[in-house]
Design a protein around this ligand. Structure first.
Ligand code: 5GP
Length: 121
């Protein structure tokens, strides 16, 4: 069940500040508080979705379209599209998801390195 007290729900409600880079009807984007790249932006849907599968299963077509249109605009506006960037959606325990509100990490501003680093094989 969706936890309405998670940190991104609180950011959406304006209870906690963020360094906002974009907002529209479907999405909010802000800088990650602990950036892992020169540019590290989180894009979240306005709706209450726990993770990527939840978003894919329950969101309406217009929510899904609006979210990804926003992602494309943010990548372009932030200068990430030309040289490229990495997008990550961590899901659940194995995915290392910390905040249970679906979000896409956009990482760029320089080479991001190997796709995945695992401690053990
Ligand atoms: P996850 O591990 O869930 O995919 O990523 C959660 C991300 O949220 C982390 O990169 C973490 O640094 C970021 N984060 C956690 N709390 C806050 C916060 O209060 N504000 C912002 N801007 N980012 C946060």
């Amino acid at each position: 069940m969706y936890d309405s007290q998670n940190i991104f729900a609180r950011i959406l409600r304006g209870e906690i500040p963020c360094r906002k880079v974009y907002e529209d009807e479907f999405a909010l984007a802000f800088h990650d508080i602990m950036p892992k790249a020169p540019v590290h932006i989180l894009v979240i849907p306005k709706g209450a979705y726990i993770d990527l599968p939840d978003f894919g299963q329950r969101a309406t077509s217009s929510e899904i379209q609006g979210f990804f249109k926003a992602v494309a605009k943010i990548a372009s506006d932030q200068g990430l599209s030309h040289q490229g960037f990495r997008s990550i959606a961590n899901t659940g325990v194995h995915g290392g998801q910390e905040v249970p509100h679906f979000h896409l990490h956009l990482l760029g501003g320089g080479p991001i390195g190997p796709m995945v680093h695992r401690e053990t094989v």
